[in-house]
Design a protein around this ligand. Sequence first.
Ligand SMILES: C[S@@+](CC[C@H](N)C(=O)[O-])C[C@H]1O[C@@H](n2cnc3c(N)ncnc32)[C@H](O)[C@@H]1O
Length: 193
Amino acid sequence: MGINKRIAVVSLLILSFLVMLPGLAREETKWIRNPDVVYVGTPYDVVSKMLQMADVKKKDVVYDLGCGDGRMVVLAAQKYGCRAVGYEIDPERVGASLDNVARNGVEKLVKIIQADIFTVDLRKATVIPLYLLPEMNRKLIPQIDKMKPGSRIVCHNYDLDGIIPDETVTIVSNEDNYSHTLWLYTTPLKRKQ
Ligand SMILES: C[S@@+](CC[C@H](N)C(=O)[O-])C[C@H]1O[C@@H](n2cnc3c(N)ncnc32)[C@H](O)[C@@H]1O
């Protein structure tokens, strides 16, 4: 092999290693099981409204269950300076969330954890913005019941079945021009009779 070819091969190996570095620095994410719902991001102006309805403060701890690309937890940390944790089952979305956190420099406030949301202990969270399917929301109620009194849950497009909301708001997003309905709940949850 000529000297030029050898240099080209070594350069390529170094380049490949550098490209792999960010992945190596992360905890390995594997396929746990199929997600219960596909990824659809909440438009940013709707995320802002959800956090505003929850009256997020610096001392809050925001959990996004099924965090997608991490937009809710990143925005919560950026806007309110609070801590936030994004839980996500899909390894590709976990990677996108980690990239989002790094891109926005909020690593000190935001954690991204690969997990099935139905196994997560919610007792340390004080605010949960939710964008999931109705049966998933219903399945989460026993976990939400364990949250501290005064914790807030804001649901996007699908409410918490059988629970009385404190507030219901419908907004039209500037991003997709669709109407989005949001429900605010406070713990302890108020059951419909
Ligand atoms: C509709 S998207 C919402 C994304 C983000 N919360 C937002 O509003 O922009 C739902 C997300 O939940 C994730 N997901 C589905 N089932 C899950 C499960 N059992 N545990 C954790 N994440 C799950 C999907 O991979 C997807 O990224």
